[in-house]
Design a protein around this ligand. Structure first.
Ligand SMILES: O=C(O)CCC(=O)C(=O)O
Length: 281
């Protein structure tokens, strides 16, 4: 299994990521990683572990077909996920795109939409969910299955990370604990004809990844394929400019770091270091 990305990440890639707030990188993971993590996802979806944090979106919304399953912080209790967040190409990809000399794991999140799942991923950006701030934070969303227009392709609004917006968290299962007075994220599906917005999306092969800034607006439709699952792991990493910002209506972090506002999250137990420039050199 490869530890470094299989293909180079160029200066032009870094510039594109900074400009658009998202990039699609092709073929960075070998097939062993993809097979291993595909099986790991199957295993953890129904696992009974005290640390498991499943959200069954379809069930919560009373859906009749398919299954939209989300699970987070899996690396705290599953060895394959631990190895994946620490030793796959993820962390080096994150370091390169953030220009960081140290990368820590924030958390991993599994997104599975089984065939015939109509539940969408509503338009949102990530940072309002999190008790964290900073520019050196990003997500590496790795496709574990091929993804195309019929099975829930993610879509982004290019450059939205630079708008200075901070939209209300949009939880797929509509968890009321995340309600806040923040402005609601517009439904960008209704704004497609508006020349002010540039939409980006990519058909993907298993093993391709999307990397996005935590303020880049994104969403995805349901999985309307009658046969094809759509599965991905989105791993969030941060560099040295990230700091703790425990606002109301933000996500609880597994491991319960005892931090005060403004502090750098440096607890190795909760936020292990996955990449350091000095060690990589
Ligand atoms: O996979 C999805 O539908 C949602 C992914 C997402 O919102 C994220 O990775 O931040």
């Amino acid at each position: 299994m490869n530890r470094s990305p299989l293909n180079p990440i160029t200066d032009a890639d870094v510039r594109q990521f900074e400009q658009d707030g998202v990039i699609c990188l092709r073929g960075m993971f070998d097939s062993e990683w993809i097979q291993r993590m595909g099986s790991a996802v199957d295993r953890i979806m129904d696992a009974e572990n005290p640390l498991a944090r499943p959200r069954e979106v379809t069930r919560a919304l009373g859906g009749k077909t398919g299954r939209y399953h989300i699970n987070s912080f899996v690396f705290h209790w599953d060895d394959d996920f631990r190895d994946y967040v620490m030793h796959s190409p993820n962390a080096e990809i994150a370091a390169r795109l953030m220009g960081a000399d140290e990368v820590r794991v924030f958390y991993d999140q599994v997104f599975v939409k089984e065939p015939n799942t109509i539940e969408a991923t509503d338009w949102h950006h990530d940072l309002p969910f999190w008790p964290m701030r900073g520019n050196q934070i990003l997500s590496v969303w790795v496709a574990l299955t091929d993804v195309g227009p019929e099975n829930s392709m993610l879509e982004y609004v290019a450059g939205s990370h630079k708008w200075g917006k901070f939209y209300r968290a949009a939880i797929p299962d509509k968890d009321p604990n995340f309600k806040s007075d923040l402005e609601e994220c517009p439904n960008f599906s209704e704004l497609r004809g508006n020349p002010d917005y540039r939409f980006l999306s990519w058909e993907m092969k298993a093993g391709d990844c999307l990397v996005h800034h935590p303020l880049t607006v994104h969403g995805a439709p349901g999985n309307f394929s009658p046969k094809k699952r759509r599965a991905a792991i989105s791993t969030r990493y941060f560099g040295r400019d990230a700091f703790w910002d425990p606002r109301p209506a933000t996500m609880k972090v597994t491991g319960d770091p005892q931090l005060v506002a403004g502090q750098r999250p440096e607890d190795d137990r909760v936020f292990p270091v996955a990449w350091r420039k000095s060690a990589a050199a």
